[in-house]
Design a binder for this molecule. Structure first.
Ligand SMILES: [Zn+2]
Ligand SMILES: [Zn+2]
Length: 347
């Protein structure tokens, strides 16, 4: 186990950079706990940006299977920092973290966000953001909110609305399919979608994947799909995703799970769930008020939006998807048995 007491910030930063979703808990948890403790001790302080940087750097680990105590400590510290720093006035119209939201692949940030030194590399053809904007409390609070929302999706307010451009184009392509006017080959699109789940997805990415599979399964199960490999790929994908759900208990009242009747809306949510900016779109749709509160957790007045990532809800949804797909597969097989001549021809 690493002893963090006498390490310099540079040495700590090296250790943080080596923490990934595959890191063993006995190595990663002490680093997370140490960093969270330092942030929680002074969440609005001079050094807060350093500790927020540390938790951003370890977000790949935090978003997958951190130890429970480390997870709670990190969440508490990030929320405290967002609250302390987020309300301070500044002269900036926007902050560098907003531009970075589009580049968070599978919503885990792997690059240098500048929070440690104040220096952030310029995007192509853009001037580098100045240190004052990078280290501005508004920017540090923004990063704290993003990581908290990746760890506990749909519980954090004041995340800027807007899914990454790539996700918006996925929604468009799939909306052609769920609305029955595909403009790309649905066989190809659905097969690619089915294979699109990372091996250690964040809660939002996993939920989004299962929602997308459900939104598109009616189409895959219809006679519009003429190649059974599409059904095979989707069944394999959903079966592979199920064991990745956490075994947290459902904290919702009966009837509080989302309504999944509208495939077009479900398709949008499927991709909105996969990023902080996309989830902010969902929250906006449900009418979250951005101004007064930092978090929605425990707010009985509003719909429980985090039900979209509830393991029990998602397990039920996945089972529904699987039964639709396996039924279609069976009738596919029966049809082939009934028409031996066609089978011989196609073989
Ligand atoms: Zn600012
Ligand atoms: Zn639930």
């Amino acid at each position: 186990m690493i002893d963090t007491t006498d390490l310099t910030v540079e040495q700590l930063a090296d250790a943080w950079r080596n923490v990934h979703s595959t890191s063993p808990a006995d190595e990663a948890d002490p680093l997370v706990m140490d960093c969270a403790r330092r942030l929680a001790a002074d969440p609005g302080g001079e050094q807060a940006h350093v500790w927020v940087y540390g938790l951003v750097g370890m977000s790949g680990y935090l978003a997958w299977r951190p130890g429970r105590a480390a997870e709670l400590a990190a969440l508490d510290a990030l929320r405290a920092a967002a609250k302390e720093l987020g309300g301070r006035p500044c002269s900036h119209d926007d902050h560098p973290y907003e531009a970075e939201m589009d580049a968070m692949e599978d919503e885990v940030w792997l690059g240098d966000n500048g929070l440690l030194t104040g220096e952030l590399a310029a995007g192509e053809g853009e001037p580098a953001p100045d240190a004052a904007r990078v280290l501005c409390p508004g920017n540090v609070a923004g990063w704290a909110r993003l990581v908290a929302d990746v760890m506990a999706p749909l519980t954090v307010r004041r995340v800027p609305v807007g899914a990454p451009v790539y996700h918006q184009s996925c929604i468009q392509t799939l909306s052609g399919i769920v609305n029955d006017y595909p403009y790309c080959d649905p066989h190809e699109v659905l097969t690619d979608e089915a294979a699109d789940l990372p091996s250690r997805p964040t809660r939002g990415v996993l939920a989004g994947y299962l929602v997308t599979m459900n939104a598109t399964c009616w189409y895959a199960a219809s006679e519009r799909i003429t190649d059974r490999s599409v059904l095979d790929a989707m069944i394999e994908g959903v079966r592979g995703a199920l064991p990745l759900l956490r075994d947290d208990e459902c904290a919702h009242d009966s009837g509080d799970h989302p309504d999944t009747g509208d495939a077009d809306y479900l398709n949008q949510v499927g991709y909105f769930l996969r990023s902080p900016g996309g989830r902010a779109e969902i929250a906006e749709y449900y009418g979250w008020d951005d101004e007064d509160e930092e978090y929605a957790e425990g707010d009985a007045e509003e719909e429980a939006l985090d039900a979209w990532v509830c393991p029990e809800f998602l397990r039920g949804l996945a089972e529904q998807t699987l039964s639709t797909l396996t039924e279609a597969l069976e009738s596919f097989e029966t049809a082939q048995d009934d028409e031996p001549s066609e089978q011989t021809q196609s073989a």
